[in-house]
Design a protein around this ligand. Sequence first.
Ligand SMILES: NC(=O)c1ccc[n+]([C@@H]2O[C@H](COP(=O)([O-])OP(=O)(O)OC[C@H]3O[C@@H](n4cnc5c(N)ncnc54)[C@H](O)[C@@H]3O)[C@@H](O)[C@H]2O)c1
Length: 337
Amino acid sequence: MHVLAFKELRAHYQVVAVCDVDEQRAIEVAGWLRGVRAVTDPAEIWTAADIDVVAICTPPGQHRLQVEAALRGGKDVICEKPLVASVREVEELAVIAAETGHTVMPVFQYRFGNGLQRLKALVDQGVAGRPYVANIDLSWRRGADYYAAPWRGRWDTELGGVLLGHAMHLLDMAVLVLGQPAAVWARVATLVNDIETDDSAAVTLRWADGSLATLSATLGSTVEISRHRFTFEHLTAESGIDPYTNSFEPWQFTATPGHEDRVADALAAHQPGTEDYIGQFERYAIARAAGEELPVTLESARLMLELVTALYVSSREDREVTLPLAADDPALGGLAP
Ligand SMILES: NC(=O)c1ccc[n+]([C@@H]2O[C@H](COP(=O)([O-])OP(=O)(O)OC[C@H]3O[C@@H](n4cnc5c(N)ncnc54)[C@H](O)[C@@H]3O)[C@@H](O)[C@H]2O)c1
């Protein structure tokens, strides 16, 4: 996905090398563009003089050390989700980034769908009014073929289950609009696959202003959908249900009587941007060139890992967990049970 996005964004990126420890895979992906070298040793990437930015999309358990190696090699880094295994590890990377003067951008490409971006604009402009309730559904399907990859389904290599690896995208979309919740209560289960990590969850979230949300997530759904529904004082916003692009249009916005004109004007004024990986990587290239804040920051990944940590703690201890977690909470050091 990364290489295909960079290919579309040739005004901003020139891909010079593709690294995979599987040589055939490296050669295949390098062949998608002209003049790209295939590499099997990541150390060659960290030290290559012709590389400014490294995009890491290896199994999650490798991210922590690879991001550090790239930063210390003088590269800026884009890294897939989940960035690392714990809040502490995000904080370590922030220190290394500051030391080296280089940056890390976590991938949260779902943020850049135009439907979600329109809702965010309405909320930021104060048009939506007070939030009441959000409903988040993740009904996806992952079976034996998916878990055949040896790194999947294990705490030490995948770092988490449906909450960390899948629902994190949909939670991030909600947090983009509503901010970080103040408290959560979760029940997490392994119901679908014979794996160490979780594949199903039911969650409630509460914000400081009293507003609420629910998330239900499963990797056992025959019909795949993702859905967000946000009920605000002045409007209701409902996403489409395409499982992997539900942040894209079409979204349905329905104004509360008396607020139709303001909602319609704000919706009409919104300018759509590029979406998905292309949307994130285009904004990244522009922000990086201008020395501006990146479209997704390490702080976003830290907040999201803290939220997911709180969900796992809540389920294991069968209690509500408030956020932020205490600075000395041992769960900040890792999610594995
Ligand atoms: N943002 C999203 O929507 C999204 C979607 C899918 C996957 N991902 C993430 O992307 C990452 C990769 O997932 P995937 O499904 O492509 O996995 P995959 O197993 O299909 O591919 C991983 C590749 O990394 C290679 N690899 C392993 N160790 C390596 C190393 N040390 N150096 C170089 N290459 C190495 C493997 O040979 C393999 O080709 C994971 O972090 C995953 O969570 C994100």
